[in-house]
Ligand binder design. Structure first.
Ligand code: IPE
Ligand code: IPE
Ligand code: MG
Length: 244
């Protein structure tokens, strides 16, 4: 870790405050080893554990990862159940470690589509970490950006119907408040591993002005050195936000 922190200091790197990650390539990583896809997911879960720790040491304040999309239910029953089991164990581990690592954890996505055991763990984890002052860690589970917007529109429509909101009061800020990410700053940097260069329904509203970094590295192989490379790339970009 020392060499990374030295590089950050010497190169005067500006650390993105919020990094969003599409952790992709677990299946291909396992396939290369003639192992079942779920083995890739197990390795991927270890990688995320390491990366959030390293990322926080590097100065990142918010990390938001894509763990399971609303479209991932299309996978085989075997893979979906392995992923759900892994997520449940991950949440339990997070609860056990939460006092030690001081992270504030939040889950975004449609919880109504998840097993009640997982929902109970999510609620427990969010509750016990709510006032932690360390990394703000967000996990997208059963998340789809279009679905998130649909759910927000539905809630706003109900408020309008109940006359709590006038249609004229629907501003971008108000919409932000109805999204799952309410209160989170927009991501500064998006990282997608495995060579795919698409959003796959991840945070389409929030990523409007985010810088994108794509790498061929498969998620289970992603290291703090790769994170440093992404941060260097980010530092080479000129963010304009529509100005000149
Ligand atoms: C990402 O890895 C993890 C999830 C989508 C849960 P994949 O499982 O998509 O791996 P590839 O893309 O098939 O290699
Ligand atoms: C996006 O990856 C979802 C997660 C990483 C959880 P996918 O592997 O599901 O996306 P596509 O199918 O390649 O677009
Ligand atoms: Mg994939």
């Amino acid at each position: 870790m020392e060499h990374i922190l030295t590089a950050i200091k010497e190169e005067k790197l500006n650390i993105p405050k919020h990094v969003a990650i599409i952790m992709d390539g677990n299946g291909r990583w396992a396939k290369k080893r003639n192992m079942p896809r779920k083995y890739g997911h197990i390795q991927g879960a270890k990688t995320v554990e390491q990366i959030i720790e390293d990322g926080y040491k590097m100065g990142i304040e918010y990390i938001t990862v894509y763990a399971f999309s609303t479209e991932n239910w299309k996978r085989s029953e075997d893979e979906v159940s392995a992923l759900m089991k892994l997520l449940q164990n991950y949440l339990i581990d997070c609860i056990e470690r939460s006092t030690k690592n001081n992270m504030q954890v939040r889950i975004i996505g449609d919880k109504s589509g998840l097993d009640s055991k997982i929902v109970a763990k999510i609620e427990e984890l969010e509750k016990i970490t709510q006032s932690a002052s360390g990394l703000k860690f967000t996990i997208a589970i059963n998340y789809g950006g279009r679905d998130e917007i649909r759910r927000a529109v539905k809630k706003i429509a109900k408020e309008v119907e109940a006359k709590h909101i006038e249609p004229e009061e629907i501003t971008e800020d108000l919409i932000n408040d109805y999204l799952d990410t309410a209160g989170l700053p927009d991501p500064d940097l998006l990282i997608r591993t495995s060579g795919e260069e698409r959003l796959s329904n991840y945070l389409p509203w929030q990523l409007a002005y985010t810088e994108f970094y794509f790498t061929d590295v498969l998620w289970p192989d992603f290291t703090k050195e790769d994170l440093l490379t992404a941060i260097r790339y980010y530092n080479g970009r000129e963010r304009r936000f529509g100005g000149v």
